[in-house]
Design a protein around this ligand. Structure first.
Ligand SMILES: Cc1ncc(COP(=O)(O)O)c(C=O)c1O
Length: 358
C-alpha cells in the first residue's frame, strides 16, 4: 500500500490537499517582523485594500477571514435581514458542504434549485425568487452563485451579468462564492473584475486556500450599500484573526501581481491534460465540461478501487460511480500522466465501452 502521506504524493481529491506556494510562505515569513497592531490595523491589511481596489474596483473593501465557509456565512449574513433567504443551486457549497452553517450560524434560509452543470440561470432563479412581501415565505434577498462552480464549470461574464440584472430588478443582491474565482478568470483569460464588479456582483467570497494559500480568504464588498455590519458579523462569527497581518500577507502575495493567474492557469491546464487523456481512453464517460481545474468522470467500481491504491479523490455520486478528479497549482504533468497510465491499465486498454456495473 502506498504511503498516502509520503511528501512526493500529490492527490486528486481537492486543491486544498496541496501545500502552500513558496512565494506565499516567503510573504508570511517577510511579515514576521516586530510587533504591529492586531485585528487588521496593520500595514499588510492596509496594502490588501489597495490590492483589492486595483483588482476589483475603487469601491472594493476586503475583510480577511480564515476559511471559505466563514467568508460565505459572514457575507450572506451581512447581505440579509433575519427573515431573508438565499437562492442557490442544490450543489452549492453553502448548501452541501458547510454543515448548515448559513442556516445554523447565519440564521438564513436557503432556497435551492437543481442544476445539471452547477450553473444558475435566470429561469432557475425564477423558480425560487417569488413570494416577496408574503409573510409566510422566507424573503428571497440574495442570489448566490459559485464561480467556478462545484461541478467545474464556469459562468461567462454575460451569464453573471444576466443573473445580476435579474436579481437587481427583483430588489435582490448577488453574492459570488469565489473560492475558485481565479480558476474561472484564468480559464476565460479575464481579469477578476470582469466576472464580478463589472457584471454588477455585490459581494464576493474571494478564495485563497484553494489556490496555494496557507489559510486565508476574504469577504470583499463590491457595493457598500449591499451590506450592513460586516466587521461586527466577522467578529461575532469567529472569523476575526487577531494576527491578521499573516492572513493579509498571503492574500497580498496572491493578488498583488499575477500569482493567482499563474497558479490557477496551471491547475486548469493540468485538468485539461487529464481530461484529454481520459477522452483518449475512449471508454469512460466524462459527465461535465472541463472548464476549470476539475474533471468529473464515471469509473467502474474496480477501476476506482485500483486507482485508490495510490491516490485519493472524492466520490461525487456513489450511485452512478462519478468521481471528481481535481488538480492544484502544484500538480505536475507527470502526476497526471501517472494517473492516466494507471487508469488505462485498470480499464484494460482502449477496447469497446465497458459494461461492468458500477
Ligand atoms: C465552492 C467552495 N466554496 C467554499 C469553500 C470553502 O470551504 P472551507 O470552509 O473548507 O474553506 C470550498 C471548499 O471546499 C468550496 O469548494
Amino acid at each position: 500500500m502506498t504511503d498516502l502521506h509520503a511528501p512526493a504524493v500529490r492527490h486528486f481529491a481537492s486543491d486544498n490537499y496541496a501545500g502552500v506556494h513558496p512565494e506565499v510562505l516567503a510573504a508570511v515569513a517577510a511579515a514576521n517582523v516586530g510587533h504591529v497592531p492586531a485585528y487588521g490595523d496593520d500595514p499588510w491589511t492596509e496594502r490588501l485594500q489597495d490590492v483589492v481596489r486595483a483588482q476589483l474596483g475603487e469601491q472594493a473593501v476586503a475583510y480577511p477571514v480564515v476559511n471559505g465557509t466563514g467568508a460565505n456565512v459572514v457575507a450572506l449574513q451581512a447581505m440579509l435581514p433575519r427573515w431573508g433567504a438565499v437562492v442557490c443551486t442544490e450543489s452549492a457549497h453553502v448548501h452541501t458542504d458547510e454543515n448548515g452553517a448559513p442556516e445554523r450560524v447565519g440564521g438564513l434560509k436557503l432556497l435551492t434549485v437543481p442544476t445539471p452543470d452547477g450553473r444558475l440561470t435566470p429561469e432557475l432563479v425564477a423558480r425560487q425568487a417569488w413570494g416577496f412581501g408574503d409573510v409566510h415565505r422566507a424573503q428571497p434577498g440574495v442570489v448566490s452563485l459559485t464561480q467556478s462552480t462545484e461541478l467545474g464549470t464556469v459562468y461567462t461574464p454575460e451569464a453573471v451579468r444576466e443573473l445580476c440584472d435579474q436579481a437587481h430588478a427583483l430588489g435582490m443582491r448577488v453574492h459570488v462564492d469565489g473560492a475558485r474565482l481565479s480558476n474561472a478568470a484564468a480559464s476565460l483569460g479575464l481579469p477578476l473584475r470582469a466576472l464580478t464588479t463589472d457584471c454588477g456582483v455585490d459581494v464576493l467570497s474571494l478564495g485563497g486556500t484553494k489556490n496555494g494559500l496557507l489559510l486565508a480568504e476574504a469577504v470583499v464588498v463590491l457595493d457598500p450599500s449591499a451590506v450592513d455590519g460586516v466587521e461586527y458579523l466577522r467578529k461575532a462569527g469567529m472569523q476575526l484573526a487577531s494576527k491578521m497581518r499573516f492572513v493579509s500577507a498571503q492574500l497580498v502575495a496572491l493578488y498583488e501581481q499575477d500569482l493567482w493567474r499563474r497558479s490557477a492557469h496551471h491547475a486548469n491546464a493540468m485538468a485539461a491534460r487529464l481530461r484529454a487523456g481520459i477522452d483518449a481512453i475512449g471508454t469512460l464517460q466524462v459527465t461535465q465540461p472541463t472548464e476549470a481545474n476539475a474533471v468529473f468522470v464515471r469509473l467502474p467500481a474496480d477501476v476506482a478501487q485500483a486507482l485508490r491504491r495510490r491516490w485519493r479523490f472524492y466520490d461525487w455520486d456513489v450511485a452512478d460511480g462519478t468521481v471528481r478528479l481535481m488538480c492544484a497549482f502544484d500538480t505536475t504533468e507527470q502526476d497526471v500522466d501517472d494517473l492516466l497510465a494507471a487508469l488505462r491499465s485498470a480499464v484494460g486498454g482502449t477496447g469497446p465501452a465497458r459494461t461492468t456495473p458500477v
